[in-house]
Design a protein around this ligand. Structure first.
Ligand SMILES: Nc1ncnc2c1ncn2[C@@H]1O[C@H](COP(=O)(O)OP(=O)(O)OP(=O)(O)O)[C@@H](O)[C@H]1O
Ligand SMILES: [Mg+2]
Length: 416
């Protein structure tokens, strides 16, 4: 098949030294099929990191065709924006509503791209610097994000230009990255007009609640009335100082196009647990995932879709690990009876039976061990509630408390 488009080079910030290298080459052919190949220079240099352990294992010389995302490989799709960034890029570049994912990869900037990949036209990797506003500018960033979301003219054109230029991170909500004085990067997500509640505060409370229950949740800070809006700031696990860390979404690990075709059979916690095992993550990560599934059930986070879980490469351990939990937000309108991902094969319903049905796939040796873990975790989640919910007003505290009591009863009761 003739290859028509000019090649797009894919660069990787090396997990060990932090140097940028050309890791591979992407091309789209006349039939619209996307091809990826690890670069001969990468192979010759003796480098062997796979950028996606499931879909692009390190196979020198192999020409791998992308089966999803209209010809874009899963991990390159992970490096593209979702609804929010795509909307900004469409406005900026006059892209049609049905622009294929490849367009968003080409139009989004490397500056704020998720993970450790970058793309470009040259065979040599660029000096992809990180360029984010500082924490002292948080109020201005929130004000400008809000103006952007509401399609108002710029308040500060310089910040506006930078926000549009760096709209590479995923997700549907308006967001930006800021850098603190220790060189850490934080996602900033303000409230928006259509929110049914103070979503930034609920997100902050839930992230704290998960961490206080003994789970690995990304750190957050709540900013009331930053730039006139409530906002939550979430520590980024894919960056630190000048270093970026390789990441892969659960959508990619599960080979589940998201958003897109409704491949619900692939949206599954036990399947994701098995992918974690296959990528070499330790059993603690599978048990942590089990714990997050239970936590989502208890707090009513039914937006736990496959782009809300990820793995991150830890170079000091030389292996992929489950990334900290992020975007854990309780449903503000109703107490859900189901999660977005299956808790056991073919089952989305929240019940003790479902939670325990596939426990062996999460690495528990036997059901009694999973039962013990579940009951202890439920105790910890209950005990952590008061402290975590303290910033909420009475009405929302009561709502979450009643949900907690309801779901504790559901998850503690064995059906026959
Ligand atoms: N703490 C974090 N560190 C690194 N990357 C993150 C972090 N939190 C989120 N991300 C990345 O940014 C994307 C968007 O973030 P998030 O899911 O919080 O936004 P959202 O707009 O609320 O998403 P959704 O569309 O699910 O509502 C995630 O899918 C993930 O790729
Ligand atoms: Mg999300």
């Amino acid at each position: 098949m003739a290859i028509i488009s000019r090649p797009l080079f894919v660069y990787l910030q090396r997990p060990d030294s932090g140097d940028w290298v050309t890791v591979g080459r992407y091309k789209m052919d006349t039939a619209g099929e996307g091809h990826f190949m690890y670069a001969p220079s990468y192979v010759d240099a003796g480098l062997t990191w796979a950028i996606d352990p499931v879909n692009l294992p390190f196979l020198p010389g192999a020409d791998v065709i992308a089966p999803r995302y209209q010809g874009l490989h899963d991990v390159l799709r992970d490096a593209c924006p979702d609804a929010w960034g795509q909307a900004l890029l469409r406005r900026e570049h006059n892209l049609p509503a049905d622009a294929p994912p490849l367009q968003y990869l080409l139009k989004s900037s490397n500056l704020d791209r998720w993970g450790a990949l970058a793309v470009g036209a040259g065979a040599k990797p660029p000096e992809a610097q990180v360029n984010a506003p500082g924490l002292p500018q948080l109020n201005e960033v929130v004000e400008e994000l809000t103006a952007l979301a509401e399609r108002r003219p710029p308040v500060r054109p310089k910040i506006r230009a930078r926000l549009v230029q760096t709209a590479s991170v995923g997700g549907a909500r308006p967001k930006a990255t800021v850098r603190d004085d220790k060189g850490q990067f934080w996602l900033v997500k303000p409230e928006i007009g259509t929110d049914a509640a103070n979503i930034p505060l609920l997100e902050h409370v839930c992230q704290h609640w998960g961490a206080a229950s003994g789970l690995n949740f990304a750190a957050t800070v709540f900013h009331p009335a930053a730039g006139g809006r409530n906002a939550v700031r979430i520590l980024r696990f894919d960056r630190s100082d000048r270093r970026r860390y390789m990441c892969v979404s659960a959508a990619s690990l599960l080979q589940a196009e998201y958003p897109g075709l409704l491949q619900t059979d692939r949206w599954s916690y036990p399947r994701l647990a098995e992918e974690l095992r296959l990528t070499g993550a330790p059993v603690e990560d599978r048990i942590e995932l089990f714990g997050r599934m239970v936590f989502n059930a208890v707090c009513g986070n039914d937006d736990d879709h496959v782009r809300n879980h990820a793995i991150v490469y830890r170079s000091e351990e030389r292996r992929w690990r489950l990334a900290p939990a992020f975007d854990v937000v309780p449903n503000p309108v109703e107490t859900p009876g189901r999660l977005h991902m299956q808790l056991a094969t073919g089952r989305f319903d929240i019940s003790r039976d479902t939670v325990l049905a596939d426990a062996h796939r999460f690495g528990f040796d036997h059901r009694a061990e999973a039962t013990r873990y579940l009951d202890t975790l439920l105790e910890r989640i209950a005990a952590a509630f008061d402290g975590a919910a303290a910033p909420l007003d009475h009405e929302w505290k009561q709502m979450l408390y009643e949900r907690l009591i309801h779901n504790l009863a559901v998850l503690r009761t064995q059906s026959d």
